[in-house]
Write a protein that binds this ligand. Sequence first.
Ligand code: ZN
Ligand code: ZN
Length: 160
Amino acid sequence: MGLALIERGQFLTSEGVRSHFSVAEMMCPCCQVWNVEQGLIDAAERFRFLVQEPVYVNSGYRCPKHNLEVSGARASRHMMGLAMDFRLRNKSIWTAFNFAIQAFPRVIIYPRRFIHADIDETFGEHWHRVKRGDGYDSIEVALGGHPELSPDQIFGDFAA
Ligand SMILES: [Zn+2]
Ligand SMILES: [Zn+2]
């Protein structure tokens, strides 16, 4: 699909409509590069439509140097322009997670911190795992856009 379209500092959807996401919030803080894929902006805008409130982006594109600095995964989707981390102010992170799995192919929730969402579809459908480590629990979900796992099933696993 290629890099996202921009107009006056704001990303456009693939239909050419102004999205709610700015280049400034998606770019790498160390080098101002913003190589995010159009599919990420389209997914982010679907999410924004579902939640009907501002989405606070912690991290979008990361260059390899910055990814190292923030101890990102070695093959982080942030370096490929496929991923973003965010929070909402007016909904619980669990509610945000429930919406995110409807908008993005893959979502990881860090319940005490933020949500990571990406458009990497190589994980296939109906796959999820719970990870514990680094002092934080997380749940990673890839539903391929066809959620069959209910949040109860996912959260049930998490509680186990
Ligand atoms: Zn950078
Ligand atoms: Zn992330």
